[in-house]
Design a protein around this ligand. Structure first.
Ligand code: SF4
Ligand code: SF4
Length: 99
């Protein structure tokens, strides 16, 4: 898929931004790597309530876990760094400005 929204490198090459549009909070482990690497403050850690029937948290004492969320989606510049550092491939991206 291509779009007509292109960026330009310092050397004059065109590149296509990949704007973050989603986070899979079912696979997110709340490690914070995407939060740290993002220079645009797009993310925020939030609490997610654990479903009693969720087998992934059988041994978990608390009833909430921390997961990442999109806080300022419109500030994303589409650099793609968040996906590069995420160990669980949680982020979804789109090249077009479909906010
Ligand atoms: S693509 Fe870049 S600017 Fe956008 S959320 Fe990810 S790290 Fe931040
Ligand atoms: S890097 Fe991935 S697993 Fe870690 S907090 Fe961000 S979305 Fe969640």
């Amino acid at each position: 898929m291509t779009s007509n929204y292109l960026g330009t490198t310092r050397g004059g090459e065109q590149w296509e931004p990949q704007f973050v549009t989603s986070i899979n909070q079912d696979t997110c482990i709340g490690c914070g790597r995407c939060y740290k690497v993002c220079s645009r403050d797009v993310f925020d850690l939030i609490e997610r309530e654990i479903d009693d029937e969720d087998e992934d948290f059988d041994d978990y004492d608390d009833d909430v876990v921390m997961v990442m969320a999109l806080a300022n989606e419109a500030d994303c510049i589409g650099c793609g760094s968040c996906s590069k550092v995420c160990p669980k491939s949680c982020h979804g991206h789109t090249p077009a400005m479909q906010l």
